[in-house]
Write a protein that binds this ligand. Structure first.
Ligand SMILES: O=C(O)C1=C[C@@H](OP(=O)(O)O)[C@@H](O)[C@H](O)C1
Ligand SMILES: C=C(OP(=O)(O)O)C(=O)O
Length: 428
């Protein structure tokens, strides 16, 4: 297995032009494929999760052209649902933003589609989405375990009506239904059961749908009304914002070491909830400067925080390793869904933070971290989870090295992460 040992970093300073947002890239690609007209996407993310979406669209007969560096894409829209004659098998890796939205869009298309993924994807929940789609008449057969991929969808025009969806395990089920609903024959009302998690991702979905000409009536995130029988319309150009979750590692590094570090491609107007990671850093004592197209952090002596992190589940992981450098305990609450992502992130985080010397308390839906007096050099297991690799790179900001096992797992969302980190790292 590949390993990377990072030697202690004495200072971080500079500017990072962020790669495009994963969440926006995959939403915009799918809606561009369903839309009438050509869409020109810029600042598209080039990473495994996006490649899986692009490969799937090719299989589905969507014509697109990528620029040499794969950050620009011209998509010829299909002007409606997909229509294929033969059964298509789509391998979607471990990309939640491909599996869930495609599952719904294909249930409302013409043809037969088998969705498969990496072993971890076969453990990540899909049952609430399958149940909701079946209420609309969808035909979905799971091949191994009920409620998981691999599965086969027999696409058909789905009827509208009132559909209940459980929102308590992932917001991606609701995102998938929202994006597919205009393809249904009749009007659709989506009613949320349970407490909706990761709410800001629904704002990303609604904003992207609006850019492709489809409005949704949002009744306080409890109920959503969408007109059936609509066709998305290409906005022409679509600029993908920088990835706010990817920004978190650089902003945290500045908070820990002083910085300043500026990330560009996101700013105070950004639609991604993860920009509010900067508020968490501010609560820990960092200074944050908000621009229209940048966020800059200047560090000060950090102290621990006790915060509900349900609104920023991905970036919240970065607070867990930032906590190693704060005075006093940090408690991250309402993070049960960490257990359902690339790995069981609460368990993985607790194990690896303990290895570097922290005193960690793990609960069903929280983690508490008491930083050690002195960080220890450890080999960090990353569990095929890009964010574990990126979060633990911050340990090198102490005065001990850190060894990251399988650093290549950052390819899911940020293939050149370690090079970018090196570009703002300085040693005396
Ligand atoms: O819709 C999206 O783009 C995402 C939603 C979140 O998932 P959950 O809603 O499952 O928490 C987030 O963790 C994921 O990385 C991306
Ligand atoms: C949870 C994540 O990914 P996914 O889109 O596969 O859910 C993530 O990127 O942290």
């Amino acid at each position: 297995m590949e390993q990377l040992t990072l030697t202690p970093i004495d200072a971080v300073r500079g500017t990072i032009n962020l790669p495009g947002s994963k969440s926006l890239s995959n939403r915009a690609l799918l809606l561009a494929a369903l839309a009438e007209g050509e869409t020109h996407l810029t600042n598209l993310l080039d990473s495994d999760d996006i490649r899986h979406m692009l490969n799937a669209l090719s299989e589905l007969g969507v014509a697109y052209r990528l620029s040499g560096d794969k950050t620009e894409c011209w998509v010829q829209g299909n002007a409606g649902a997909f229509n294929v004659a033969q059964t298509k098998t789509l391998f979607l890796g471990n990309a939640g933003t491909a599996v869930r939205p495609l599952c719904a869009a294909l249930a409302a298309s013409q043809g037969a589609f088998t969705l498969t993924g990496e072993p971890r994807m076969e453990e990540r929940p899909l049952a609430p989405l399958i149940e909701a789609l079946r209420q609309a008449g969808a035909s979905i057969e799971c091949h191994k375990a009920a409620g998981f991929v691999p599965l086969t969808i027999k696409g058909q025009r789905l009827q509208g009506g009132e559909i209940e969806v459980d929102g308590s395990l992932s917001s991606q089920f609701l995102t998938a239904l929202l994006m597919a609903a205009p393809l249904f024959s009749g009007d659709v009302t989506l009613v949320i059961r349970g407490e909706l998690v990761s709410k800001p991702y629904i704002d990303i979905t609604l904003d992207t749908m609006a850019k492709f000409g489809v409005g949704v009536d949002n009744h306080d995130y409890q109920r959503f009304d969408i007109k059936g029988g609509q066709t998305y319309r290409s906005p022409g150009d679509f600029l993908v914002e920088g990835d706010a979750s990817s920004a978190s590692y650089f902003l945290a590094a500045a908070a820990i070491k002083g910085g300043p570090v500026k990330v560009t491609g996101i700013g105070k107007q950004s639609i991604q909830g993860d920009i509010h990671f900067a508020d968490a850093l501010e609560a820990m004592g960092a200074k944050v400067v908000w621009g229209d197209d940048y966020i800059e952090v200047i560090g000060q002596g950090l102290h621990g925080i006790d915060m509900d992190m349900n609104h920023i589940p991905d970036a919240a992981m970065t607070i867990a390793t930032t906590a190693l450098f704060a005075k006093g305990p940090t408690r991250l609450r309402n993070i049960y869904t960490w257990r359902l992502k690339e790995t069981d992130r609460i368990a993985a985080m607790a194990t690896e933070l303990t290895k570097v010397g922290a005193n960690v308390e793990e609960g069903e839906d929280y983690i508490q971290i008491i930083p050690p007096a002195q960080l220890q050099h450890a080999e960090i297991d990353t569990y095929n989870d890009h964010r574990m690799a990126m979060c633990f790179s911050l340990v090198a900001l102490g005065d001990t090295p850190v060894t990251i096992n399988d650093p290549g797992c950052t390819a899911k969302t940020f293939p050149d992460y370690f090079m970018r980190l090196a570009s703002v790292s300085h040693t005396n």
